[in-house]
Design a protein around this ligand. Structure first.
Ligand code: DGL
Length: 273
């Protein structure tokens, strides 16, 4: 393959559904010339309540699909898949595969002053303790308090991010966390950055909020540069969106969180891959 072809090959980004668009939009912002192929597994969401074996199987299928689009690197935007499947699929894939946990953990380690970090995420992400392990590998002795907040996902997807009911749910989940002296909190789930202002208002100014999406895009930028496969053409990137179900609902959601309207979303049968 010509080097030039390699540079213009897209970045594959995948998630269990729509939430990973919070990561995709950060990639589009920081790497505006890169082409992106996004896949949201809307037929099989949520991943947060599923087993490790299932999440690895789903991730493998999605990577096989993305490879048919000739991607040059893959970003697992989903925290749950990053926590449970990243190591396995990285070992089997011949292109760089980046997850969101290591970048998020690193950002929190940089930010904390008192080594006390909160992590919110899905049941599977928190149970895996992946954030805790990565944080402690950088900051031995750090105290990490994890809290699964499963209702945050449907609240965002049903358009309740700004609703007062979300404040009640935040209070139910985070009251204990608020009574600790954490100074940093990782939003360890794709959907939670969309609740950022409410979570920030609830926890107060002393808690710094980390959205792993920002650092993930920085990691991707570094990997592309190191491998000399970054698209530096200056031409704006093009974006394709695929889902495994309910394409119209996805398009509507995408248009509400991306800074431009997407034309179409294609539905594919992911079980074929
Ligand atoms: N994308 C998932 C994550 O970041 C949240 C939704 C789900 O449970 O699938 O963990």
């Amino acid at each position: 393959m010509q080097i030039q072809d390699k540079l213009t090959m897209p970045i594959g980004v995948f998630d269990s559904g729509v939430g990973g668009l919070t990561v995709a939009r950060e990639i589009m912002r920081q790497l505006p010339s890169e082409n992106v192929v996004y896949f949201g597994d809307t037929a099989r969401v949520p991943y947060g309540s599923k087993s490790k074996d299932t999440i690895i199987r789903f991730s493998r299928q999605i990577i096989r699909f993305l490879k048919t689009k000739e991607v040059k690197a893959i970003v697992i935007a989903c925290n749950t898949a990053s926590a449970l499947a990243l190591e396995t699929v990285q070992a089997e894939t011949d292109i760089p595969v980046i997850g969101v946990i290591a970048p998020g953990a690193r950002a929190a380690v940089k930010e904390t002053k008192n080594k006390k970090i909160g992590v919110v995420g899905t049941e599977a992400t928190i149970r895996s303790e992946t954030y805790t392990k990565v944080i402690r590998s950088h900051l031995p002795g750090a105290s990490v308090i994890g809290k699964p907040c499963p209702l945050f996902v449907p609240l965002v997807e049903e358009g309740f991010a700004k609703h007062s009911i979300t404040e009640q749910v935040i209070d139910i989940y985070l009251a204990d966390m608020k009574n600790t002296d954490i100074d940093t909190m990782i939003l360890g789930c794709t959907h939670y950055p969309l609740l950022r202002s409410k979570i920030m208002a609830y926890l107060g100014e002393r808690v710094h909020i980390v959205n792993p999406a920002y650092e993930t895009a920085m990691d991707l930028k570094a990997v592309l540069k190191e491998r000399q496969i970054a698209n530096t053409s200056g031409t704006p990137g093009t974006y394709e969106f695929y889902v495994s179900d309910a394409a119209e609902k996805f398009t509507k959601f995408a248009n509400s969180i991306l800074p431009y309207d997407i034309a179409t979303t294609q539905c594919i049968n992911i079980e074929e891959f």
